[in-house]
Design a protein around this ligand. Structure first.
Ligand SMILES: *Cc1c(COP(=O)(O)O)cnc(C)c1O
Length: 229
């Protein structure tokens, strides 16, 4: 299946009244497809696999803002720290500390989103509310230990279901948690602004529920075929 520039324009039109950002999820897709969206004006791209991201980053324009959206192992942070802009799926204190350490080596600040588990499924990564509170308390008690990361907000994935009521409920819960975390921990600061929710199937609902950043792959790039990887 080919890329769909009309769908891209349609998504941008949907995002515009919300001032939300589009992360174009290019995992498994060739460099040429990314170049086509780049030519159409897209600058933020999301990838899930470290090796694939570093391979693509090396050959694509330097002004692309790369977002790592997959599950990230601590021992791989070093490979993307030289260039990654935002890491969406920070799901442990250990990972946040490693990102801070690698960002310091590069003299960079890396934006991080805290991934919270909202789906009913067991398989999705992310922290529960208690783990999130523990991480935030550690952060708040020792802010100087985290000077190379900017906690930009939260990320979540809804249950993979056609039940819209369920998906909306999960987005809604995450938004409320986002609001309370912002008030408690980031009240005076100019960050914790991003709520990364919404994918191809559910992004319009996510926008209605307060998304500031949608992560859209198959709608733009066509279905993924993992057997060809
Ligand atoms: C693959 C992926 C997406 C994009 O999914 P689509 O349904 O193709 O839009 C979004 N977020 C994450 C974390 C992903 O892994």
């Amino acid at each position: 299946m080919a890329i769909n520039i009309d769908a891209y324009k349609g998504v941008l039109a949907q995002l515009s009244p919300y001032h939300a950002k589009l992360v174009a999820v290019s995992k498994t897709k060739p460099v040429a497809d990314i170049e086509a969206f780049y030519a159409a004006g897209q600058r933020i791209f999301g990838e899930n696999y470290v090796q694939e991201l570093t391979d693509k980053q090396a050959v694509l324009p330097a002004d692309i803002e790369w977002h790592f959206i997959g599950h990230l192992q601590s021992n791989k942070v070093k490979y993307i720290a030289p260039f990654v802009h935002t890491i969406h799926a920070v799901d442990s204190l250990k990972l946040l500390q490693e990102i801070n350490k690698q960002a310091a080596k590069q003299q960079r600040v890396i934006h991080c989103l805290l991934q919270v588990h909202i789906a009913a499924e067991e398989t999705k990564f992310g922290m529960d509310e208690q783990e999130l509170q523990q991480l935030l308390q550690t952060y708040a008690a020792n802010p100087l230990d985290f000077s190379q990361v900017r906690i930009a907000g939260m990320m979540g994935m809804a249950t993979n279901t056609t039940n819209e009521i369920q998906v909306r409920k999960e987005f809604h819960q995450l938004r409320q948690l986002f609001g309370s975390v912002k008030t408690t921990y980031f009240n005076k600061e100019d960050y914790f602004k991003e709520l990364s929710i919404g994918m191809s199937a559910d992004y319009t609902m996510a926008l209605e529920e307060g998304s500031t950043m949608v992560r859209i792959g198959s709608l733009l790039f066509g279905e993924r075929n993992y057997s060809q990887m």
